[in-house]
Design a binder for this molecule. Structure first.
Ligand SMILES: [Ca+2]
Ligand SMILES: [Ca+2]
Length: 163
């Protein structure tokens, strides 16, 4: 008996999985899972459709991760690979001053923002935000990244990076 070859294979061959995992920095299992999900929603989808999808979803996640990393470096003024309350507060004070100079009304104080920041990001509650806590927190809460990208914050952080 010969196998029916007109049906698109549900499984990716090992070589394709290895290639995609390498190109996307996903694991082989993640690639297989994504492909299974893809075939479940688009049974007639071609392999190149899948590649496009992977490139699109993956590259935006990667970009977000890079951005989060850059923000972490800017906050970590003393470069000890963790963010302290003092570091956040120093930046927030300047951010708030810049905002006030522009007549922007702010409902919270720098200290409140700092506390919120730690409540949200310091998951192990050791009063320091590690690189992992920061990146994971920002990736799971894109609102946070949006706040970080407001002009006042960007300007303040930019000034920091230059000095
Ligand atoms: Ca630090
Ligand atoms: Ca922590």
């Amino acid at each position: 008996m010969t196998q029916c070859r007109s049906v698109a294979p549900l499984e990716l061959d090992a070589e394709s999985v290895a290639f995609l995992a390498d190109a996307s920095s996903l694991t082989g299992d993640q690639v297989r899972q994504l492909y299974a999900d893809f075939k479940a929603t688009q049974p007639s989808g071609s392999r190149s459709d899948f590649l496009n999808l992977l490139a699109k979803t993956h590259s935006s996640a990667e970009l977000l991760r890079k951005k989060a990393h850059q923000f972490f470096e800017l906050f970590d003024a003393n470069k000890d690979h963790s963010i302290s309350k003092d570091e956040v507060l120093t930046i927030m004070n300047t951010v708030f001053q810049t905002a006030r100079d522009r007549g922007v009304q702010l409902r919270k104080t720098p200290l409140q923002v700092c506390e919120d920041f730690f409540k949200q990001l310091d998951t192990d509650r050791n009063c320091l935000i590690s690189h992992q806590e920061f990146v994971e927190g920002v990736l799971t809460d894109p609102d946070l990244l949006r706040i970080l990208q407001t002009p006042e914050v960007m300007e303040t952080l930019g000034r920091w990076a230059d000095s």
